[in-house]
Design a protein around this ligand. Structure first.
Ligand SMILES: [Zn+2]
Length: 484
């Protein structure tokens, strides 16, 4: 429970709801008193003009707020009057709140644009569909261990002080889209049975999602994390097959080093168009293993390559090889900077694989260039020869092959020098250059000639081995037609 100090009204934060009120008057139809009077003839006593999205016009008795507090006269529930933090207005506010909940039963309870004084909803069970759209929570919002049996709509709500939803349970959808958390937001140990939407939400201070359980897709698209955020042991386990578990597309991290993913399964998380190069992923954060032990894969790659994710592309796309390559590059940079070269290398594989698959899509000789790109480009050779630098034995085998087969086969073209001892004592040493042509003797049979050629290649193999093992005086040095 918040203590007295915690619920002290913050002067600086008072400005916030006024901005919100401006926003809402732009985006949603809130009737000015004059307007409503004109529309409804002379019934000036029609009451509070606030209209929420899909909600009936408020129409409650106008509250006698001090001058300048509200832009236009509204009821007590919608007023920013600070006098409702205590005394008779406080009691009146909460009686009306309870009446709305009771009347709604399991239907809709409309709290749109309400300005809430201090409260404590720990362990409270909300049976109604709760609409807190555009609501302003002026004090600590304590919903810890609260249970929302149906949809909870906190979209565009403003939490002017800490928002505590720890251990809260959302039995159906939870919408925090465009919400503003002016201070800390604690969703630790909370359970979201279905989707949780935090898209375009602003977390001005610490956002805590540790041990939070998400059984639907959790979305932080275009969210703003201005300070720290913790995702420790967060469970992303969407029950629907093929759905992403968490979406951070276009999310902005002002202090990326303070965003921690620890002991979290990120195999179905989407991070496209979101800079993750400095976000802190601990070694216990898990990713999908690529087939054939070829590094780690981000979910975007699977979405891009596997047809069964067509709906994800529709909903969160488009995706292309370059954008996925960018994520890999950022992750590689991320782990490189933490000196975790092993993991960085695992993402390097993904980056190169995206490079290989990213075939040209326009220009001349497209078919030829596309075939060339996937079969014979340098990236393909790099993959073939070393698994993008990950295989030890592939380059070793290749080197051995070059020494034992390619060099011996090529050396007889310029020729090798063969030292002969002279037939007589005076003739001394004679040097003869042997090439494929020189050893071929038309007088001899094919078999003999082929045997001579094989012997030449054999000598060249010795020569290549000599050179490879740095033997200085090779028995069969190569002939250099233009000196050395
Ligand atoms: Zn009202």
């Amino acid at each position: 429970m918040a203590d007295e100090q915690e619920i002290t009204f913050d002067e600086s934060a008072v400005a916030e709801p006024e901005i919100e009120a401006d926003e809402c008057s732009e985006q949603e139809p809130v009737k000015e008193p004059d307007e409503s009077a004109a529309a409804e003839g002379d019934r000036v006593e029609a009451g509070c003009p606030i209209v929420g999205a899909g909600a009936p016009r408020c129409g409650r008795r106008l509250h006698n707020a001090p001058d300048g507090v509200d832009e236009f006269p509204v009821c007590l529930m919608h007023s920013k009057d600070r006098n409702k933090q205590s005394g008779p207005h406080f009691g009146e506010f909460w009686r009306e709140f309870e009446r709305i909940l009771t009347d709604a039963a399991e239907g809709k309870a409309h709290f749109e644009y309400f300005v809430f004084p201090r409260f404590y909803f720990g362990t409270r069970i909300f049976k109604a569909i709760c609409h807190f759209h555009f609501a302003t929570f002026t004090q600590y919002s304590i919903f810890s261990e609260a249970r929302f049996m149906q949809d909870a709509d906190f979209s565009r709500a403003t939490f002017m002080q800490g928002a505590i939803f720890s251990e809260a349970r959302f039995m159906q959808g939870a919408d925090f889209g465009n919400a503003t958390f002016t201070q800390g937001a604690d969703f630790g140990n909370a359970t979201f049975t279905q989707g949780a939407d935090f898209s375009e939400a602003t977390f001005a201070q610490m956002a805590r999602f540790s041990k939070t359980k998400f059984y639907g897709t959790a979305g932080w698209c275009v969210s703003n994390f201005l300070d720290r955020a913790e995702f420790r042991q967060t469970k992303f386990e969407p029950s629907i097959e093929g759905k992403p578990s968490a979406v951070f597309a276009l999310a902005k991290f002002s202090k990326p080093g303070e965003i921690v993913f620890d002991d979290v399964d990120l195999s179905r998380a989407l991070f496209h168009n979101c800079d993750v190069s400095q976000v802190s992923f601990t070694s216990s954060a898990t990713w999908t293993k690529r087939d054939g032990n070829r590094g780690l894969a981000v979910f975007e790659e699977r979405v891009l390559l596997e047809k069964k994710f067509a709906k994800v592309v529709q909903e969160y796309g488009p995706f292309d090889y370059r954008s996925v390559e960018q994520i890999y590059r950022q992750l590689k940079k991320n782990f490189d900077s933490r000196l975790d070269y092993w993991t960085a290398n695992e993402f390097h594989l993904g980056e190169m694989e995206m490079k290989r698959l990213d075939v040209p899509t326009r220009g001349r000789f497209l078919w030829l260039r596309q075939t060339w790109h996937r079969k014979l480009s340098f990236v393909v050779l790099y993959r073939w020869a070393s698994d993008y630098g990950n295989s030890y034995w592939k380059p070793l085998l290749l080197l051995l092959g070059i020494i034992l087969f390619l060099f011996p086969a090529l050396l007889p073209i310029p020729g090798i020098e063969l030292k002969h001892q002279g037939t007589t004592q005076d003739s001394g040493t004679q040097i003869e250059t042997e090439t494929y042509l020189s050893v071929w003797n038309v007088q001899k049979t094919w078999g003999e000639n082929l045997s001579a050629e094989a012997s030449l290649v054999d000598n060249c193999a010795y020569n290549a081995l000599d050179a490879a093992t740095f033997q200085r005086s090779a028995k069969y040095p190569p002939a250099y037609p233009h000196k050395r």
